[in-house]
Design a protein around this ligand. Structure first.
Ligand SMILES: *Cc1c(COP(=O)(O)O)cnc(C)c1O
Length: 407
């Protein structure tokens, strides 16, 4: 099939919700993938922070295949070994106490929101249901997680939303505390806002949140859907900030490429959900859990140190790069602010033409390479990025006549 034909069929048969880039990937290995014509691309995107171990990691593929051959699915009415093993490993790695498995980030956040409301309802009655989230946050695309998301751009046309969400300014403790009331049951944050532009929260702001939560028995939920599972150089990003949340949500990088979400409960919240309070048909599927187990096993202390080193190296190179104004983020979650008049969307699409997959987040370029990326691929990708930035910066300005088209 020709690429042009595939594009035509995609447009015809798939809901047009994605502004797709000019690539049909057919195979991948590590931090590289290839298209129909076997042209290779360096991957600084990892499927939006999903392919933690890169494409087709041998251990992950073997773990998934082995489970696939044994037992593909059975409902959550029965026990399965891969699900229990993964939950135990997650608790041991994070200091949390219990896990509910879902299928995506939004679903994990729905589980967290339900738990927070149930916790408050059990203890204080039904009037304590408000959840404070931050401006510029992103928590998912379901109607409730959209209500939690503090970005108006996502809200257009989809109201009315689930009531009970209040947005506070990020890194503004006074504003946040002014929004806390007897109705507040939880505060939900991303320690580094991902979709919002790779913006880390300040340590003192997170400390202030943790303090008000402790004083008023408000649950602290950290949405680690993007930042979790080693992405920032610690297993959970909250560990950089010394924060001990009551609920943590994970998704993207956990499954190594298969869909999974997880809600992690602390000692305080582990008994909040009881029989019949929450459920899912697919969540905790044994194949997905077997793959995720391989991801969690791979991300040990040495692996995390390497994530930190690679992130520091990339940041150092970027900061010397022409066209780069600033670099933010942690580990292998980096946001790149470009000099004027460079646009992140145009830069990303030029990078693709030159063999590099890179993401954007608002006006920034965003790097979420697979955590296993090697120095060779890092250097090759950064070289492409530098070339593209120079090409755009050195491009002669088009004259008005050219834009008009000659008559
Ligand atoms: C991607 C993301 C989500 C939503 O995850 P889905 O799997 O797309 O539902 C929620 N929160 C954060 C922080 C994310 O980055």
């Amino acid at each position: 099939m020709y690429f042009s034909e595939l594009k035509k069929l995609d447009k015809q048969y798939i809901a047009n919700t994605y502004n797709r880039s000019e690539l049909a990937a057919v195979s991948g290995f590590g931090a590289e993938c290839a298209d129909f014509s076997e042209i290779r691309y360096i991957d600084f995107s990892s499927g939006i922070g999903v392919n933690s171990l890169g494409f087709t990691d041998k251990g992950w593929v073997d773990a998934v295949k082995e489970q696939l051959d044994k037992l593909g699915h059975i409902s959550n009415l029965y026990y399965t070994q891969p699900q229990v093993a993964l939950a135990k490993a997650l608790c041991e790695r994070t200091g949390m106490s219990r896990v509910f498995f879902a299928n995506s980030g939004a679903e994990a956040n729905e589980g967290a929101i339900k738990t927070a409301r149930k916790y408050a309802s059990d203890k204080y009655g039904g009037e304590r249901y408000e959840i404070i989230t931050l401006e510029n946050s992103f928590h998912g695309r379901t109607v409730t997680t959209l209500a939690a998301t503090g970005q108006d751009a996502f809200h257009k046309n989809f109201g009315p939303f689930t009531p009970g969400f209040v947005h506070a300014n990020a890194n503004d403790a006074d504003d946040l505390i002014s929004k806390v009331s007897d109705k507040t049951c939880a505060i939900m944050i991303e320690c580094i806002q991902g979709e919002g532009g790779v913006i880390p929260l300040q340590k003192c702001f997170i400390k202030a949140i943790a303090e008000v939560c402790r004083e008023r028995d408000i649950l602290l939920i950290t949405d680690e859907v993007q930042t979790g599972v080693g992405r920032t150089g610690k297993f959970l990003c909250g560990q950089h900030f010394g924060v001990k949340p009551d609920i943590v949500t994970l998704a993207k990088g956990l499954g190594g490429g298969l869909p999974i979400g997880a809600v992690l409960f602390s000692e305080k919240t582990k008994d909040t959900l009881g029989f019949g309070d929450h459920a899912t048909t697919f969540g905790g599927n044994p194949i997905v859990c077997a793959g995720a187990m391989r991801v969690v096993e791979a991300i040990d202390g040495k692996f995390l140190d390497e994530v930190v080193e690679k992130g520091a190296y990339i940041e150092e190179v970027l900061l010397k790069m022409r066209g780069v104004k600033s670099v933010g983020g942690k580990g292998l979650m980096l946001g790149i602010e470009l000099d004027e008049p460079l646009s992140s969307a145009e830069t990303a699409s030029e990078c693709l033409k030159n063999g590099l997959l890179i993401l954007t987040a608002k006006h920034k370029l965003r790097m979420l390479p697979p955590l296993i990326i090697g120095k060779k691929e890092i250097d090759a990708g950064l070289k492409i990025l530098q070339r593209v930035l120079c090409e755009i910066l050195d491009r002669p300005e088009e004259t008005e006549n050219e834009r008009d088209g000659h008559i």
